[in-house]
Design a protein around this ligand. Sequence first.
Ligand code: ZN
Ligand code: ZN
Length: 215
Amino acid sequence: MSSTINFLGKDSGFGDNNNSGYIEIGNDLMIIDCGFAVFNNIKNRFDYNKYNNIYVVITHLHNDHAGSLSQFILYCWFIYHKKVIVVTKCDKMREFLEISGTVDEGYEITDNALGIKFIKTEHVAQMDAYGFKIDVNGRKLVYTGDTCTLDPYMPYVDDCDEFYVDTSKFGGVHLKFEDIIDKLKEIKANGTNVYLMHIDDFEYIKKLNNGEFYM
Ligand SMILES: [Zn+2]
Ligand SMILES: [Zn+2]
């Protein structure tokens, strides 16, 4: 089953392809997270002229999720004369863009766009982190972002079509696959497609997954 999110990468923070994806919504483009490896992946992928709005949803400010954001904003502004709409609830988003020298006119920051409902979660002590829920292209999606707990998402999973889940071998500040596999099976049994992402060890996860969930 193909996913509504087109993934640019599904690697955890130390991998080559940062966990990131995109959805085309009518004449708009929505990119989910913009880590340090994402800019080179997206700069020639799209004809940015054709989009009315370019949205980048940012779940949190770790480099594998926001490391190319400033560069992408500068690129859209200076090459395409387009403003990027940064959709986020991150406390320090503006400060992050200011200290990295991002031109003010090149972006706006909002937590109210595309009907996204942010879901606050726990990830690391140093910063706030969010997943989100979005109804898009006729599908209901829930996306965990980086998280060490499934709890904040549970009220939303029964009523969603696609659940995108942080999946780790080691756990810690991420969800340890071993610990959540039974819960994910329940969610799947309820009719929700489960997609694993932000994977730190593909071989290990693939073996343990045994074809149960989409990778
Ligand atoms: Zn990450
Ligand atoms: Zn993170």
